[in-house]
Design a protein around this ligand. Structure first.
Ligand SMILES: NC(=O)C1=CN([C@@H]2O[C@H](COP(=O)(O)OP(=O)(O)OC[C@H]3O[C@@H](n4cnc5c(N)ncnc54)[C@H](O)[C@@H]3O)[C@@H](O)[C@H]2O)C=CC1
Ligand SMILES: O=C1[C@@H](O)[C@H](O)[C@@H](O)[C@H](O)[C@H]1O
Length: 337
């Protein structure tokens, strides 16, 4: 396909609205053709100033719109499966925000549907793979300049959570990023997940135990721990310290000017994922558009979505039991090898 991608963005909330701006202002080779949101007023607001874009309330209308030839899915994760299956039926290039789906069975249905189609059409929105620091750390792991990677210590802190953010979503919506990042950095599958619940903040909404400590093991025995703390108030932080045989690497600190003024020193705390990963989202979406023009995908696949969904399922089980839960994966179809 060499024509301009005419994208239907499904879901115009926090992430969908950000992707709409990106597609219409910074991405080459793609345009927003339609914005779908059950809240039609939100869809209409999102297309303001975008020529030739229509606002719709139903994804089916966008899929039947002859002007649409690609789909970006930014609805909540539990709604992804139906839209993915419909867009696959139409053989469209798809960028699906993470998680692919929240559990392993539904993610496997997507893998099977794509396998039946016979080509990769789904790229999953694990944007950390496009962050310059993650990419550099991945290179250090793979080229072994610092010896073998032994451990990863990850912090994932959000200021607060949107309404409806459940206890399971600390894993399925947030730690899903670490599951993918650890698989990306090590090139290995995750074999077990354990979740420990300690002292909790009074600032979490009812039903959430926050923070949680997630312990992860990969197939070669790399150990990773994640502090997931989603009502941390102070700002946003996604940081990793990696222990190698011959050194230690830190990524993900706050960036920006370090100011000393009037007897004080300091800088600005990153407020949210939009600022922390703004450039990574741009690179991710451009990679998708460029790959779609060649008939492929430009990043994490439905298999990556399935493998992380299996980790999430183990994690949600581990939240309840406190035990180490093994991650079980179906054999990888040839399409993804
Ligand atoms: N990669 C990243 O860093 C981030 C990814 N996300 C992911 O993006 C997706 C959306 O998350 P948010 O934007 O935070 O959610 P949101 O709640 O802000 O927006 C979702 C939108 O979808 C609409 N919607 C709900 N049901 C719909 C349907 N059946 N058809 C069309 N529209 C529908 C809602 O009205 C809402 O406008 C999720 O999968 C989430 O995990 C979210 C934040 C950051
Ligand atoms: O994907 C994201 C959100 O959905 C999630 O809720 C946050 O915890 C993550 O930091 C952000 O990147």
């Amino acid at each position: 396909m060499n024509e301009t991608l005419r994208v239907a963005v499904i879901g115009a909330g926090r992430m969908g609205a950000d992707h709409i701006q990106r597609l219409s202002r910074r991405i080459h080779g793609a345009e927003v053709a339609a914005v779908v949101d059950v809240d039609l007023a939100r869809a209409r607001a999102a297309i303001e100033g975008i020529p030739d874009a229509v606002a719709l309330a139903d994804a089916e209308e966008a899929l039947n719109n002859g002007d649409v030839n690609a789909v970006l899915i930014a609805t909540p994760g539990f709604l992804h499966e139906d839209i993915l299956l419909r867009a696959l039926e139409q053989d469209l290039p798809i960028l699906c925000e993470k998680p692919l789906t929240p559990d392993a069975a539904s993610a496997w249905r997507i893998v099977q549907a794509e396998e039946k189609l016979g080509r990769k059409r789904i790229q999953v929105g694990f944007m950390r793979r496009y962050d310059a620091e993650y990419a550099k750390l991945g290179e250090l792991v793979q080229n072994k300049d610092m010896g073998e990677l032994l451990m990863l210590h990850c912090a994932h802190r959000n200021p607060d959570t949107p309404p409806g953010f459940t206890n399971a979503m600390l894993i399925t919506d947030s730690v899903v990023h670490e599951f993918d990042a650890i698989r990306f950095l090590t090139g290995e599958e995750i074999t077990s997940v354990q979740v420990r619940l300690g002292k909790a903040t009074k600032n979490a909404p009812q039903g959430q135990h926050d923070p949680q400590h997630v312990l992860i093991e990969t197939s070669s025995g790399v150990l990773a721990d994640v502090e997931i703390y989603v009502n941390a108030r102070f700002g946003y932080e996604v940081a990793t310290q990696a222990s190698f045989e011959d050194g230690i690497v830190n990524i993900g600190g706050d960036s920006g000017p370090y100011v000393r003024r009037a007897g004080r020193w300091g800088g600005e705390v990153t407020p949210s994922f939009i600022e922390r990963f703004g450039t990574a989202y741009d690179v991710e979406v451009q990679a998708w558009v460029d790959a779609a023009a060649r008939g492929g995908i430009g990043g994490p696949s439905a298999w990556d979505g399935y493998a992380t969904a299996a980790c999430c399922e183990a994690g949600v089980q581990a939240q309840k039991s406190g035990e180490k839960v093994n991650v079980r994966l179906n054999p990888k179809p040839d399409l993804y090898s």
